[in-house]
Design a protein around this ligand. Structure first.
Ligand code: MSP
Length: 515
């Protein structure tokens, strides 16, 4: 059986409703998943929720709810957002589900049996918002070095994972697999951290009741990160044979790429690989850390009241422009700023003016000069021959494989711009008066480009691409027909096909953000 392309997002904490940071990782993973499907691959795209631990207990009690009732509610909010954002995940894993908890328990016992987990006493600091253990010397002015919030002192019996044992194997692995940690500028930070020496990791808590109990010692629950990381194998069916798709675990694992934010890169590139080594499982092919969004130049935080709600952005601009913007605006891997100005700028310049207008004026001209029929002129293509199609597909493939979404989109925009220029040079609205066949020939060519663009944009803007597809008079299934175009490089129309002019894809917005 062919290996499935397996992509994951982090599983999100359910201490609060989702914001733009969560949407970002999930949209990026969705675009890659959709592109791979379009290229004919079998895909397993996993997302889910991280529901155990002190942080969740605190959030629930702040709202006067039980952790279970509260998590159920917030999980519903995540699922509602993913549905609205058109996220095509194949599974959704909750860490409170039985299928997950069983795997966590079995993995824990397996590692204990092999001697990688032992009993000791933890005596140091803990940051609840980050769910992270810190030694005295790691603290920054007595606070959490990651989030600068107060830490609490812990002293309790605890099971430990022999992380120190994996120091050398991890370093060797990084060295032998240079693509494992990406982008490369973040990789050296990780290997330096490992080189500076790994301490064994506390992996159980006596005081935290909201967690997965250790089967052989039910006084303890399993540390939330240890529990959470295992989602990547519990969902596709580790120890149980298969997951929801029915495909055997071995055809899905190892993951091709774990997408994570930069602040949780270390968990995924040190602890997680060490856990997998301990379990005797292959490591994911890549862990990719993306950057963070600021908002209008400021750090996004609840206390500042500037947390961006993806629903509001979708209300204002539409779901697909939001999906487009977050991937287009900054190279994936770097940090970016989420500002009204940038959003409006991209929307008007690239979507409304360059793409939306091109479609609109082309369909108008076809309607006016050829009774809405796609001109059927069998002349050699002037703008988009098969070689050019192949070159663009290869460029997008390569960009997607490097998670360079902005570059993939740049290729599409370049094509749209070239097409606008062609249209201006040909000026079919003028030529139609003197040489109708020439005008129709250029319109035919522009329609071909638009059809190809609809296919290329399908992973990023699935609804808009479908709308374009329909307006071009296409009736076939977009993903299926699109896959064929990408495979063969042939873009053509049915005899007598008629375009179906519709509402503008991107109604122009004024500077105040209104229509
Ligand atoms: N539960 C852990 C992950 C466990 S994975 C086994 C967690 N959850 S989280 O809810 O805090 O979400 C983390 C994700 O949201 C990360 O990918 C993180 O980068 C992303 N973001 C949170 N705020 C962000 C920004 N301001 N900008 C971009 N992404 C950010 O950590």
């Amino acid at each position: 059986m062919n290996k499935t392309f397996y992509i994951t997002t982090p599983i999100y904490y359910v201490n609060d409703v989702p914001h733009i940071g969560h949407a970002y990782t999930t949209i990026a993973a969705d675009v890659l998943a959709r592109w791979k499907r379009l290229r004919g691959e079998n895909v397993f795209y996993l997302t889910g929720t991280d529901e155990h631990g002190s942080k969740i207990v605190q959030a629930a009690s702040d709202r006067g709810q039980t952790p279970q009732a509260y998590t159920d509610h917030v999980v519903g909010e995540f699922q509602r957002l993913w549905k609205r954002l058109n996220i095509s995940n194949d599974d959704f894993i909750r860490t409170t589900s039985e299928r997950h908890e069983k795997v966590v328990q079995a993995a824990f016992e397996k590692m204990r049996a092999s001697g990688d987990i032992y009993m000791g006493t933890y005596e140091d600091w803990y940051c609840v918002p980050c769910e992270t253990f810190w030694s005295e010397s790691e603290l920054a002015e007595g606070k959490c070095p990651d989030c600068a919030r107060p830490v609490e002192k812990l002293k309790e019996d605890s099971y430990f994972f022999r992380l120190s044992k994996y120091e050398r194997p991890l370093l060797e692995y990084y060295e032998k697999n240079p693509g494992f940690l990406a982008p490369s500028f973040r990789a050296s930070e990780i290997s330096n951290f490992v080189k500076s020496g790994l301490r064994d990791l506390s992996v159980s808590r006596v005081k935290v009741k909201w967690g997965v109990p250790i089967p052989s010692d039910s006084r303890h629950t399993i540390y939330v990160w240890f529990d959470a990381l295992l989602n990547y194998i519990s969902a596709p069916g580790y120890l149980s044979g298969n997951g929801v798709t029915g495909a055997p675990f071995e055809t899905i694992w190892p993951a091709d790429v774990h997408l994570v934010g930069k602040e949780i890169f270390r968990f995924h590139s040190v602890i997680w690989p060490a856990m997998l080594m301990s379990l005797g499982l292959p490591l994911p092919k890549q862990v990719f850390a993306h950057g963070w969004w600021t908002v209008e130049g400021d750090k996004m935080s609840k206390s500042k009241g500037n947390v961006v709600n993806p629903h509001r952005v979708a209300d204002e601009y539409g779901v697909d422009p939001l999906r487009y913007f977050v991937l287009r605006e900054v190279p994936f891997g770097g940090d970016g700023d989420f500002s009204q100005r940038a959003l409006l700028g991209r929307y008007n310049a690239e979507l409304a003016n360059a793409l939306g207008n091109l479609l609109n004026r082309t369909l108008n001209l076809v309607e006016k000069n050829n009774g809405s029929k796609v001109p059927g002129l069998a002349l050699p293509p002037e703008l988009l021959n098969q070689d050019r199609v192949r070159t663009v597909v290869q460029a997008v493939d390569s960009a997607m494989d490097r998670l360079a979404f902005h570059e993939a989109l740049q290729n599409v925009i370049d094509l749209v711009n070239a097409c606008n220029k062609y249209m201006d040079d040909q000026a079919p609205w003028k030529t139609a008066k003197t040489d109708l066949p020439a005008a129709l020939r250029s319109l035919h060519e522009v329609l071909r480009v638009l059809k190809f663009v609809a296919v290329l944009l399908q992973p990023v803007m699935p609804s808009i691409a479908l709308e374009m597809w329909k307006q071009l008079g296409e009736t076939g299934d977009l993903p299926r027909a699109g896959a064929e175009i990408l495979r063969t490089g042939a873009v053509s129309f049915q005899d007598g096909q008629t375009v179906q002019k519709g509402a503008p894809l991107f109604p122009r917005k004024d500077v105040n953000g209104g229509n």
